[in-house]
Design a protein around this ligand. Structure first.
Ligand code: MRU
Length: 356
């Protein structure tokens, strides 16, 4: 066990600055580090929808700040109207992206905060909503560090690790989930090497993960998604580790499209398949993955690479942003409370937060 290594700070995906949030606009990476100042809730919605800020924990954090930005200038003379407005703003933010449960988890906390304080002055509730966003943000940094510390134990010396999408500092408050495990193993001098799936169609692997790993000095090689099977067979992969957007009570796991295929490949090659998941990504209200809403995105993301058209202009497209990996393909979940192995229905229940 490596005690309290401080993983490298690549960048803070979100910062609270005086009276607004500043995000690194991930749509410009890796070519440009462009920081966007956001002062109002409509811009937060747009930033989440357009994936300027992305990754399940990061969109939960952004939404929590978004609630405060939405209420801060509301009139302070009627509590009933104010709380109706809080609910309306939360419902609105929840429409930005449907799959990551961290978004609705953070918004539910905001609604509860406002309801619990309904006997207090509105100005006090506004402050409490800002404090809530800051505490979700700070807590996520601690959770990601704990996931990294717990998960690095599963990474052998000189391991070859395959990962998908981006699960690092950009996707969270800091450090990441699957990437936090990788950072902790690297800092523990395990001489690891990471295979980075490019992650079509939006290239979170090549644009964001390769960028983070380069900045932090973690040895890595980029592959296209279709190379994963061959890499497993020819080069040897010791483990696959991914993040998640929503885990059902039975362990079925939604993550970036392509994750399910990787899990099947891992099983075929006898490779452990791990999911790094903060407890806020577990949706205890749903029994299985069939209840997870899967976001479908614009056809242009598949027809084009950036602005270059790569298919006939009207080619019909199917563009699900996520898939669901069935629980039987998952070796273990790595959470801030430790490593959870099957039987997932029984063992995830043991880490269910009491207030759920
Ligand atoms: O569409 P994205 O880029 O927001 O999808 C992100 C993922 O699928 C990540 O793997 C997941 O959110 C976990 S991030 C710690």
């Amino acid at each position: 066990m490596i005690p309290n290594i401080k993983p490298p700070e690549v960048v803070q995906s979100i910062k609270w600055v005086d009276d607004h949030i500043r995000i690194i606009d991930q749509t410009y990476l890796p070519n440009r580090e462009f920081f966007l100042d956001i002062f109002e809730v409509g811009r937060v919605w747009e930033a989440i929808r357009s994936m300027r800020v992305r990754g399940a924990p990061a969109i939960g954090i952004a939404a929590a700040y978004g609630v405060y930005l939405g209420v801060k200038d509301l009139p302070e003379d009627g509590i009933q109207q104010f709380n109706t407005d809080v609910e309306r703003i939360c419902e609105y933010l929840a429409t930005s992206r449907p799959t990551a449960v961290n978004l609705t988890w953070a918004l539910a906390k905001a609604v509860k905060t406002a309801q619990d304080l309904r006997d207090e002055p509105v100005s006090r509730i506004k402050t409490a909503l800002l404090d809530l966003a800051k505490s979700i943000h700070e807590e996520d940094k601690r959770i990601c560090a704990d996931i990294g510390k717990n998960g690095q134990e599963l990474i052998p010396e000189s391991a070859s690790i395959l990962t998908h999408c981006n699960t690092g500092s950009l996707a969270t408050g800091q450090y990441g989930t699957a990437l936090s495990m990788i950072y902790h193993a690297h800092l523990g001098k395990k001489k690891i090497q990471v295979w980075v799936d490019e992650t079509r169609p939006l290239m979170q692997g090549s644009r964001l993960t390769a960028w983070e790993l380069e900045k932090t000095g973690v040895p890595h090689r980029l592959i296209t998604d279709s190379m994963a099977a061959w890499v497993m067979k020819e080069k040897g992969v010791d483990l696959v580790v991914v993040g998640t957007d929503r885990v059902a009570r039975n362990g079925d796991t939604a993550n970036k499209i392509g994750t399910y295929a990787l899990a099947i490949l891992a099983k075929h090659h006898g490779i452990p398949f791990y999911v790094a998941a903060p407890i806020s990504s577990i949706d205890f209200s749903i029994a299985s993955g069939s209840e997870i809403p899967i976001e479908e995105r614009d056809a242009a993301e598949v027809r084009n690479v950036e602005s270059k058209q790569m298919a006939p202009k009207d080619t019909p497209v199917y563009n699900p942003a996520f898939d669901v990996t069935p629980n039987e393909l998952i070796t273990a979940f790595i959470t801030e409370k430790g490593i959870i192995r099957p039987d997932f229905s029984k063992n995830l229940e043991k880490i269910r937060p009491r207030q759920d």
